[in-house]
Design a protein. Structure first.
Length: 602
């Protein structure tokens, strides 16, 4: 290794350090070289953010013969101290909303729907507490973590029930009445104020640490080094905090990227400059790219999207409709793209949508009587992953099984990943990866959208908008050479480059210039655009549906039901009835099923 001056300064430093390292700057290599220069008998702990980072670090330690470096994640440390010593057992799959209603015997109103909403928020408050430094659940205000007005109202009206249920849920884990979650044993570890017997502690990917993780790290007496990229914080939904801004250590920077050429570095600088709209005093580090571009060979191509929805839609367009690839690979388990985090299957949502409720396996979805009721649940809980599934189901309906079958038939194993014609990934799954060429799906935030927001709005939602900018930054810095990017995502005055390829984008016309928070920051996937095909552009989000179908979510009345019955009996098409009522075609089909018009009138 021939270290840069920045790297040399870090390697030869002493005491506590905070290192802000831009994408591709060799941060892991730098801190392992730092470890290599310490005494051979020094005990060194390397804390990785997740298992994949841990595996990579272990491989590099072995290569450098660093036998005195122990690599762990915060959770693996907690597991050894809490689970093994305390005789706890872990629920590896997590608790579904339905599970919590059963465990706590929720009977708030006798309405299963309300009880499910309570259970959903109890699970989220439990996670919020377990990732915090709070001593008690009562020390937190969970409502501050919500952005959707409907969800905020529900939580405000039921806060005592949610808080009490959360304390009971956690108490059952503590008393070993139920298996504990990964977040629970990490929190318990933090509350024990553990002493880690090491001379040096290196914390990688520190920008994504939760307050609980950071608290454990800061309380140790060892020399502490935390490294990360403040612009790669993309796990706020897991209650991560930007730890690099919160540690009282001397600051060092790694601003030279070995991954990509100057053109990509300049583009990254331009995108990060959008943060000035949130904070006028914002002055990001100037990124320098020195990646080699003499070899123009493209060995790996990746399509990266902001959301699962955006990625699946692009995969359908690319693999099924356009037949552009025969061998593909999805980062992570391909099946995970058809399951929500709580285990709900896309097929369960599909069966609800088409009225085959007897085939639904998920206990929560089984209680829903219509797709509209599920959408109402989503709005009250901000369940992003379920929202993604609803949008896909509304777009492709009963074609989904055939489409997914074709995609899976072309999917190759991890061992053969290098032979894939194209790799599909969301930003979160691509973090830490690099590819020769990257194609971005048009479901990221743009500067135009940010500019349309009021100062008050930007201030209120600054953290979320900041993270959306980070997501785009992470996505573009996965490339080593070529970037194919929607022209709407390019900063103003982007210079032409043989490595940056703008993509034409058809932007759907709006009824007015207003823009919602959902469209901007991707909550409920409301900023996802449809695939670029020749068919008519469709509205994929609840918000877009409301704009194009103004009466889409008004309650059905007996008068409207009678009117729908007459039109149905007259043989009008679902499309024409949707136009007549100002609702979606899905809403019309759902109401026809609800009224059993097909059974009654053929």
């Amino acid at each position: 290794m021939n270290p840069t001056p920045e790297q040399s300064t870090i390697i030869n430093s002493t005491g506590d350090l905070c290192i802000n390292a831009i994408a591709g700057s060799g941060k892991t290599t730098t801190i392992l070289q730092y470890a290599a220069t310490r005494p051979s008998n020094a005990k060194i702990l390397y804390i990785a953010y997740n298992k994949s980072v841990k595996t990579e670090a272990q491989h590099k330690c072995k290569k450098l013969d660093l036998s005195n470096v122990r690599v762990e994640t915060a959770h693996s440390l907690a597991y050894k101290h809490i689970i093994r010593k305390g005789n706890y057992s872990v629920n590896k799959r997590g608790y579904k909303t339905f599970d919590i209603t059963q465990i706590l015997e929720l009977r708030a109103t006798g309405d299963p729907f309300v009880n499910f909403l309570l259970a959903n928020h109890i699970a989220k408050l439990a996670n919020y507490f377990c990732n915090s430094t709070a001593l008690k659940v009562q020390d937190l205000d969970y409502s501050t973590t919500l952005t959707d007005k409907k969800a905020k109202t529900f939580v405000k009206n039921h806060y005592q029930l949610i808080e009490r249920g959360t304390r009971e849920f956690l108490a059952k884990m503590e008393n070993r009445e139920i298996e504990c979650t990964h977040d629970f044993y990490l929190k318990k570890f933090q509350l024990t104020n553990p002493v880690l017997n090491f001379d040096y502690i290196l914390f990688d990917e520190g920008q994504d640490a939760s307050p609980a993780m950071l608290d454990i790290f800061l309380k140790q007496k060892a020399a502490k080094i935390i490294v990360g990229d403040i612009h790669q914080q993309i796990y706020a939904w897991r209650f991560a905090v930007n730890s690099l801004n919160q540690v009282p250590f001397p600051n060092y920077n790694l601003t030279t990227s070995f991954r990509f050429p100057p053109a990509i570095a300049n583009l990254a600088n331009g995108i990060l400059s959008w943060k000035k709209h949130i904070d006028e005093k914002h002055s990001p580090l100037l990124i320098k790219g020195i990646g080699k571009t003499t070899d123009n060979k493209i060995s790996s191509k990746a399509i990266i999207a902001r959301t699962n929805l955006g990625l699946l839609l692009k995969a359908i367009e690319y693999v099924v409709e356009s037949k552009k690839a025969e061998k593909i690979y999805f980062e992570g388990n391909i099946n995970s793209y058809t399951y929500a985090e709580n285990g709900t299957s896309l097929y369960d949502v599909l069966n609800l949508y088409i009225g085959k409720r007897n085939l639904i396996k998920d206990s929560l979805i089984k209680t829903m009587h219509s797709i509209e009721q599920l959408e109402n649940y989503i709005e009250n809980t901000e369940d992003v992953q379920l929202a993604m599934m609803v949008k896909i189901v509304q777009e492709y309906g009963q074609k989904i099984p055939v489409i997914l079958k074709e995609i899976k038939e072309k999917h190759i194993s991890t061992d053969d990943k290098e032979t894939a014609e194209v790799i599909f990934s969301t930003v979160h799954r691509s973090k830490g990866m690099e590819y020769d060429a990257v194609y971005l799906v048009n479901d990221f935030i743009s500067e135009e959208k940010i500019k349309k927001l009021s100062k008050e709005f930007l201030k209120e939602h600054s953290a979320k908008i900041n993270e959306e900018i980070n997501l785009l930054y992470v996505a573009i810095t996965r490339t080593k050479k070529h970037l194919f990017i929607p022209e709407t995502l390019l900063p103003e005055n982007t210079k032409k480059s043989p490595y940056i390829h703008p993509l034409k984008v058809e932007v759907p016309a709006k009824e007015n210039g207003e823009i919602t928070i959902e469209e901007v920051i991707g909550i409920m996937t409301k900023n996802s655009n449809p695939p670029n095909t020749n068919k008519k552009t469709k509205a994929y989000s609840v918000e877009e549906k409301r704009k194009s179908h103004k009466d889409a979510y008004k309650p059905w009345t007996p008068v409207l039901d009678d009117e729908l019955t007459v039109l149905y009996c007259e043989g009008n098409s679902v499309k024409s009835m949707a136009v007549h009522f100002g609702r979606t075609q899905g809403a019309i089909r759902s109401r026809i099923k609800k009224l059993e018009l097909k059974e009654l009138y053929g």
